[in-house]
Design a protein around this ligand. Structure first.
Ligand code: NZQ
Ligand code: ZN
Length: 394
């Protein structure tokens, strides 16, 4: 077990009708003007934005708006948001949406509180000193950005997708009403469940510092997400299942499932970020498309963890060698992905990268990682290319 910091300053307001409290929650921050930041229309169509405008008006909180955040949120809109907030003297950011909207808010928040180009932080050439306070009304359970220290932005020039982690961007509050996720498509629900699982799996498949308590929490979380994702496949309006998944989204990425270990592997995320940048796919689906190939590639270097995963998460009961059991666990996970309509390779994801494109992605991925990445096994550019090739699909 390694030493660790666990920092979760976000107040969670969870359950039915909790968005009704938004006016009061924002007012409590004593801000003078709020930016309501949102995506491509789902929050307008559902009536959520109208409700939020009314609740802010009732509390006498001034607000301006900026919509148009797309999945894999773009840097150009971040710049637009920074300029708008400066002009309007905004001092609080309210994200209404999913990970993309929250991440765009975080980037605007960095831009407002620091001199120079906000993209520098995503290129890791300098650190942000502050971030404007952010509140969240979450409409999709997936990225966990409502409690995480992370923000992922895509720069249009070259379609470069990069993440920046800093505790100062963790939201002040997150309103989480599972009912708001019932308008999601089955595909987006499944992408979300995959991402939630992956945030814990990235932390679970490590070779250092594992703690029994952290492992037990991680395994319970993974089993819960798998069980309830299958329930939602047949019964998308099941409130209890939506609630389990939504709470799991936050716990999976607020640091809890990595306490005491070496910080996690996160190679699958690195590989996906390049796919997301180049092909603009949904993040969760991109993860599902590479995970099985990554797992087989690193299996022998992290065998006890894969075995434990097979037994305690995927419920593999058969006897066999450690490697056979571990492989059965990977196969069971891929079966689960198929059951919820997720791809298990890039062809099923709907992309067929050329050799050159895969080389470029592997190169960018290793560069973004500073040369190499991974805890289950340390991987270099050549390994990343090998995994992309394995994940091509036939
Ligand atoms: O834009 P709208 O119209 O709202 O549609 C969105 C979007 O098309 C739709 N949606 C959201 N809530 C809905 C809804 N549709 C109907 N009803 C609702 N209630 O869902 C689509 C996906 O939304 P998005 O915000 O992109 O999803 P997600 O939360 O999965 O976020 C993905 C982004 O987060 C990044 C990913 O890389 C990706 O860019 N990540 C952020 C992390 C973080 N900040 O901690 C960690 C993750 O690993 C991830 O990298
Ligand atoms: Zn993710």
């Amino acid at each position: 077990m390694f030493n660790f910091n666990y920092y979760t300053p976000t107040k969670i307001v969870f359950g039915k009708d909790t968005q009704q409290q938004i006016g009061k929650l924002v007012k409590e921050t004593r801000c003078s003007k709020v930016l309501i930041h949102y995506g491509g229309g789902s929050a307008e169509r559902s009536g959520l934005l109208a409700q939020i405008r009314t609740l802010l008006d009732q509390e006498g909180v001034a607000h301006v708006e900026l919509g148009g955040v797309v999945p894999n949120p773009r840097l150009s809109l971040v710049y637009e948001g920074i300029a708008l907030c400066r002009k309007e003297k905004v001092d609080f950011l309210l994200a209404v949406g999913g990970g993309s909207v929250v991440d765009s808010c975080k980037a605007i928040g960095y831009g407002l509180m620091n001199e120079g180009d906000v993209w520098d932080f995503y290129e890791h050439t300098r650190q942000a000193a502050a971030c404007m306070p952010i509140g969240v009304v979450l409409t999709i359970a997936a990225a966990g950005s409502e409690m995480s220290n992370s923000s992922v932005i895509t720069k249009e020039e070259g379609m470069v997708k990069r993440g920046y982690n800093n505790d100062i961007c963790r939201p002040v509050f997150a309103v989480m009403n599972p009912e708001l996720t019932m308008t999601l498509s089955d595909y987006q629900t499944a992408c979300g469940c995959t991402d939630i699982l992956m945030h814990t799996m990235e932390r679970y498949f490590t070779n250092g510092g594992n703690m029994e308590l952290t492992d037990a929490i991680a395994e319970a979380l993974m089993r819960t997400v798998i069980n309830h994702a299958l329930i939602l496949k047949d019964d998308p309006h099941n409130y209890a299942a939506r609630a389990e998944i939504m709470w799991a989204s936050s716990l999976s990425h607020n640091g809890l499932t990595g306490c005491g270990n070496d910080g996690g592997d996160f190679v699958s995320h690195g590989l996906e970020h390049e796919i997301g940048g180049m092909f603009d796919v949904a993040h969760g689906a991109g993860l599902a498309a590479v995970w099985g190939s990554w797992a087989r590639y690193v299996l022998k270097d992290c065998l006890p963890r894969f075995c434990r995963f097979a037994r305690n998460v995927m419920g593999i009961l058969e006897e066999g060698s450690e490697e056979e059991i571990a492989l059965k666990g990977i196969e069971a996970m891929e079966d689960f992905y198929r059951q919820i309509g997720m791809p298990t390779n890039m062809k099923e994801l709907g992309i067929e990268p050329t050799e050159e494109q895969m080389k470029a992605m592997a190169h960018m991925c290793s560069l973004a990682a500073g040369g190499c990445k991974g805890s289950a096994r340390k991987l270099y550019e050549r390994d990343m290319l090998n995994i992309y090739c394995m994940a091509r699909g036939v």
